[in-house]
Design a protein around this ligand. Structure first.
Ligand code: PLP
Length: 367
């Protein structure tokens, strides 16, 4: 079964095999493994000095929640650019953490509203931070990180990035952008297994964040100090998952790092979009805002359309896809990430063609 979904996603046999060892958390081998993974992740984010990575047990949301809780002061606040479910989730996280939050909302099919952000920052001095989703997995839209960073910089605010489904495949230098921290996880473009997430941050910002976090287990400052002191995790580390991530980072480097990984995903995207267009299915987003991570397709406007049957039939042919996450119209999503290659996408396009015919949606009807 190929998972054409943005997490959990298809992993490689070597990555899974790396989990076949039990590591003691205090064992020097594991302490060195943790150090190595932290350094490799930092190096993927920027060549600049003064940056560090704090890994955290859990799925990606745990890291986003830890980032907001650790960096936004209790008497500060965050303006969140929202154009999808993951932006909305950061708003919810900030509310639960009791932080002042302003949602700057744009339509899911549109770019973030930077003019509105500009006004909001102008009028609300309590807002110390701006938060943005780099690749909004709700639709597959890549948000303009540089432009958002420029607005934050102009107003002297700090920028927090949910880089979950972009980090490792889309290029950016967090130091040059003026980012304060970026959250991501093992099980997106790095193609590790689920169970560990991480925040890449300026060490100076981490040092200044003592006592801010609203939850002990999500306190990145505290975990960072422990790593710096003796290399240890505060609580039971996901040892097998970290070993798999270390191996996945080898494969990432062997593929040519961020550039190589991004190139394969773009090749996957091209096969997918061209193939489904021949079947009358076209992406929701225009090409200039469509990222190479996941694609949202509006469902065929045809009475015979039935997502559940479509999903089950594709599953029977060895492919798992995603339901749409849009509130407005029925859609479905197909991921381009994980251990999948253009040939897999070619087979997928064929499977979609067969399935549409089976459902009574012949190619000519599908658009
Ligand atoms: C996957 C993802 C997350 C984290 O989701 P989890 O289910 O907690 O792993 C957060 N933000 C974005 C943009 C994502 O794609």
């Amino acid at each position: 079964m190929l998972l054409l979904t943005p997490g959990p996603l298809t992993t490689g046999p070597e990555t899974r095999a790396a989990m076949d060892v039990d590591h003691g958390s205090r064992d020097p081998t594991f302490v060195a493994l943790t150090r190595r993974v932290r350094d490799r992740l930092t190096a993927l984010a920027t060549p600049a000095a003064g940056w560090t990575t704090v890994p955290l047990q859990g799925s990606g949301t745990f890291a986003v929640e830890a980032m907001i809780g650790t960096f936004v002061p209790r008497d500060g606040g965050v303006a969140v650019l929202v154009n999808g479910a993951y932006g909305q989730r950061m708003v919810q996280i900030a509310r639960v953490a009791g932080r002042h939050v302003v949602a700057v909302v744009a339509d899911e099919a549109q770019a973030p509203d930077l003019a509105a952000l500009d006004q909001v920052l102008e009028g609300d001095p309590r807002l110390t931070h701006v938060a943005v989703v780099w690749s909004e997995t709700t639709t597959g839209q890549v948000n303009p990180l540089e432009a958002a960073a420029a607005v934050a910089r102009r107003h002297g605010r700090r920028l927090l990035v949910d880089g979950m489904s972009a980090f490792g495949a889309l290029p950016a230098d967090v130091d040059a952008l003026g980012v304060e921290a970026l959250a991501a996880s093992a099980n997106k473009c790095l193609e590790g297994v689920p169970g560990v997430a991480f925040v890449i941050a300026r060490a100076e910002s981490l040092a200044g964040a003592a006592g801010r976090a609203h939850a002990l287990s999500l306190d990145l400052h505290d975990q960072w100090r422990r790593f710096e002191a003796d290399g240890q995790w505060r609580f039971t580390p996901p040892t097998h998952v970290l070993a798999a991530l270390d191996r996945a980072l080898d494969l990432h480097a062997a593929e040519g790092g961020v550039a190589g990984r991004g190139a394969r995903y773009r090749a996957n995207l091209a096969v997918l979009v061209e193939g489904l267009a021949r079947l009358g299915l076209r992406p929701l987003l225009p090409p200039e805002r469509q990222g190479p991570i996941i694609v949202t397709f509006p469902a065929p406007a045809h009475p015979a359309w039935d997502f559940e049957r479509f999903y089950e039939a594709l599953r029977g042919r060895g492919f798992a896809i995603y339901p749409g996450k849009l509130t407005a119209a029925p859609t479905f999503r197909v991921g381009c990430i994980g251990q999948v290659y253009p040939d897999d996408l070619r087979r997928f396009v064929d499977a979609v063609g067969t399935t549409l015919a089976e459902l009574g949606l012949t190619p000519g009807d599908a658009g």
